[in-house]
Design a protein around this ligand. Structure first.
Ligand SMILES: Cc1ncc(COP(=O)(O)O)c(C=O)c1O
Length: 413
């Protein structure tokens, strides 16, 4: 059978599961909220109910919901007492917010490379990045696979560093049986549209530390304190409160999270095993410590010299076979114009001139961005085993026809 890109029949014509998934649970809660007239979290009950449910599902006693998963990172950094020009170690292969939130806390992101097999922060690189100014490590559970938390926590404990997990991809994931979001001092999740739990926008900080929780809660609410007057403000902060309509949607979504996470994990494991049999394709390596992967993304590397065709052509061929996919990030973070140009606005005024992100050495992250990474979105894994079979067959077909794909190469550019 010829490649669909070259005129053959595609492996798949049926669409995959769509995202977001919603239904009566959200409708009932949204209408009830609308009719109650209690649309803000100060008066309604949806956001506080969600905070408790989400935190306890993620092994935490405290959850502080906020407007998105970028400010949640910044609030966690502020609550941890990060001071101007302190250094915070971050991976270079992540969404911009992991590093920009550090700058918006007036601190310095220091990049430590990822491991080329797991795509997560390499603890040895993090250790090499530590200086006397380091105050925190911000590992990302990338794609939904927990970072190497045992090594990261050991490093942090030895040097008295704060650990904030960026769990924006990791709803429902677990590490050695412990929920992602309950291992560091604090964690941050996102509920933006693409995320495994969504209300269009939103975020939460989870923690088991009552003092950190109180600091986060104050910062998300204009610096107020529990027994203070309404117009009494104790710390510099802002209004980052999540609204009740989003709380209502999130409570509805949360009812489905456990089952959806199990489905994604089972389909992801199956797909990884199938794809790993093809030369030059390397799905995200899964250490035994990852007891549940939330598969916000199904990620793999394609080594062109082994596979026998370039990534751009493979992506087009897969899409034509009915499997939507992308190359993911085009830049490793140190190469982003923001860092190249040190366009930090009013932040880091004293330190900015001394920083030079061209010095950041992150070859694994660079390689993923430049030529190897392939992403499939989480909702492709929400269907049946037959859907995962179709994805595997599309990869197999493209591999079998790599010769034809290369011959057609010129017209593919
Ligand atoms: C790893 C990571 N961290 C943080 C964020 C920021 O979340 P938000 O979009 O809710 O601000 C995102 C996603 O968008 C992300 O992928």
């Amino acid at each position: 059978m010829m490649l669909a890109l070259l005129g053959g029949a595609p492996v798949r014509t049926k669409p995959f599961s769509t995202w977001p998934v919603f239904g009566e649970a959200e409708e009932v809660r949204l209408l009830r909220t609308l009719r109650s007239g209690k649309w803000g979290r100060l008066h309604g009950e949806e956001v506080s109910e969600f905070e408790q449910r989400f935190a306890s599902m993620h092994g935490c006693t405290h959850g502080i919901a906020v407007v998105n998963g970028t400010v949640s990172l910044r609030i966690a950094l502020l609550a941890a007492g990060i001071q101007a020009e302190d250094e915070v170690i971050v991976p270079p292969y992540t969404f911009i917010s992991t590093a920009s939130a550090v700058i918006e806390a007036n601190a310095i992101p220091v990049f430590a490379d990822i491991d080329l097999q797991t795509f997560n922060l390499d603890p040895a690189a993090a250790e090499r990045a530590i200086t006397p100014r380091t105050r925190a490590i911000l590992p990302v559970h990338f794609a939904g696979q927990p970072a190497d938390m045992a090594a990261i926590m050991a490093l942090a404990q030895a040097r008295s560093l704060v650990v904030i997990e960026d769990a924006a991809h990791a709803h429902g994931a677990s590490y050695r049986g412990r929920p992602a979001g309950s291992i560091g001092d604090m964690a941050s999740f996102s509920f933006q549209s693409s995320k495994n739990l969504t209300a269009g926008e939103g975020g939460i900080i989870t923690t088991n530390d009552a003092a950190l929780a109180a600091a986060c809660r104050s910062i998300q609410n204009c610096g107020r304190v529990p027994d203070g007057l309404w117009y009494e403000h104790h710390v510099i902060s802002g209004n980052y409160r999540l609204g009740e309509f989003q709380g209502a949607v999130l409570n509805g979504q949360l009812d489905r999270l456990e089952e959806q996470t199990r489905t994604r994990d089972a389909n992801g494991r199956y797909l990884a095993a199938r794809i790993a049999t093809l030369p030059g394709l390397y799905p995200q390596a899964r250490p035994v410590d990852c007891t549940r992967h939330s598969y916000h993304l199904f990620m793999l590397r394609l080594d062109e010299s082994v596979f026998g065709a370039p990534r751009a052509a493979v992506l087009r061929a897969l899409a034509a076979e009915g499997v939507p996919c992308s190359a993911g990030y085009g830049f490793s973070l140190p190469h982003q114009p923001l860092f190249r140009n040190r366009a930090f606005g009013p932040y880091l005024a004293g330190a900015s001139a001394k920083l030079d992100y061209r010095d950041a050495r992150c070859p694994a992250s660079d390689l993923l961005c430049r030529e190897q990474c392939i992403w499939l979105e989480q909702h492709l894994l929400l269907g049946s085993r037959a859907d995962a079979e179709d994805i595997a067959r599309a990869f197999e077909k493209v591999y079998e026809h790599r010769g034809a794909l290369n011959q057609a190469g010129v017209s593919l550019q």
